[in-house]
Design a protein around this ligand. Structure first.
Ligand code: FDA
Length: 309
């Protein structure tokens, strides 16, 4: 119930406008957001890289309503890709289609993302198209497929273990050699299309994760990202890799900035690849509320720290 309440709050425009402008809101968001500026995000990326951890930079923003807003989101990504190259960072970028105009002009959104992917291909980087709520699922996959055909190896997307369709989408993308990030799913979806019980989502996650690292086409696998902080799932992957002699570098674990730093470091020490998703920018509110939805105990944690400081 709390999860649904936070997800509903994440879509509240009035609260969003108020929170993003308030000093207290900005301070609280620092728990999960690397800063308001590109410079702060790059500094966080450098710190994380020094620990042997790769990054994916996400310039926060979603549900834009004008071409000018979509173009200004894109401009940040072009700058970040240049900075990644210039500073030789171990990083790529993550982007949302609703940030590039998908809600009012899907062709514009695809053009804008294509330009970013072309930039990434030219600079030997990579673009991950994040997955949003289910109205975007098919379109996100189709756009990724078209772009991957033009820029192989430079673009991938995300699949959510809570959706029934994900098992077959996994096969569809693996067959085309498209890199997938697997996550549990952060939006509110109905029982007609998604597992409701956490145990079913977790079981589906494990099944698909194992399939991803076992897949081979003419002896070639597809490099996928297992995005989770769930230690029980990570333990199952450790055991699976050991039993099946899978190369630890044939995939990577991915986690969110500010969450389970201890586990990130431990996995690196064990020889696994780890990538941290670094969100930044003034439009932090919906992202922040989804993090509270995942773990309402974060509210208490934030409140305690706020008063301590
Ligand atoms: P689960 O929610 O079961 O949590 C397991 C444990 O992890 C918890 O017990 C706690 O210890 C810790 N934990 C989890 N969330 C926490 C939080 N917010 N604060 C503190 N501790 C927390 N979703 C989506 O729909 N589309 C997307 O594109 C992405 N992209 C993405 C990228 C990356 C790198 C990650 C890690 C996650 C995403 N997600 C996402 C979010 C994902 O769907 C999911 O909501 C969260 O990862 C939480 O699920 P867990 O797998 O961590 O498990």
């Amino acid at each position: 119930m709390l999860r649904s309440a936070f997800i509903a709050l994440s879509q509240n425009k009035t609260l969003r406008a108020f929170s993003e402008r308030s000093t207290i809101g900005r301070r609280l968001s620092g728990r999960f957001v690397a800063g308001m500026s590109v410079e702060e995000a790059l500094a966080a990326c450098e710190r994380i890289n020094r620990e042997g951890i790769a990054a994916s930079l996400d310039s926060l923003g979603e549900s834009v309503t004008t071409e000018a807003e979509a173009r200004s989101s894109a401009a940040v990504y072009h700058r970040v890709l240049d900075d990644i190259g210039a500073r030789k960072l171990d990083a790529n970028v993550s982007i949302k289609l609703s940030q590039t105009g998908m809600d009012f002009d899907p062709e514009l959104a695809e053009r804008i993302v294509a330009e970013i992917v072309e930039h990434a291909a030219r600079t030997h980087s990579f673009v991950r198209i994040d997955m949003e709520g289910s109205p975007y699922t098919e379109a996100t996959i189709e756009i990724t497929e078209r772009l991957a055909a033009r820029y192989p190896g430079s673009v991938g997307t995300v699949l959510q273990a809570y959706l029934f369709r994900t098992e077959s989408d996994t096969e569809r993308l693996l067959e085309q050699g498209i890199r997938i990030r697997l996550c549990k799913g952060a939006y509110k979806e109905g029982p007609a299309i998604a597992f409701a019980a956490k145990s079913d989502v977790d079981a589906n996650y494990v099944k698909i994760m194992k399939r991803m690292v076992s897949f081979s086409n003419k002896g070639k696998g597809v490099f996928c990202g297992m995005a989770t902080h769930d230690e029980a799932i990570i333990d199952q992957m450790r055991a699976f890799v050991r039993t099946n002699s899978i190369d630890k570098r044939a995939f990577e674990f991915q986690m969110l900035y500010g969450i389970r730093r201890d586990l990130q470091r431990r996995l690196v020490a064990e020889g696994f690849g780890v990538r941290v998703y670094i969100p930044f920018g003034p439009e932090w509110y919906p992202y922040f509320m989804r993090r509270l939805a995942e773990r309402p105990a974060n509210v208490l944690f934030l409140a305690k720290n706020f008063f301590k400081n």
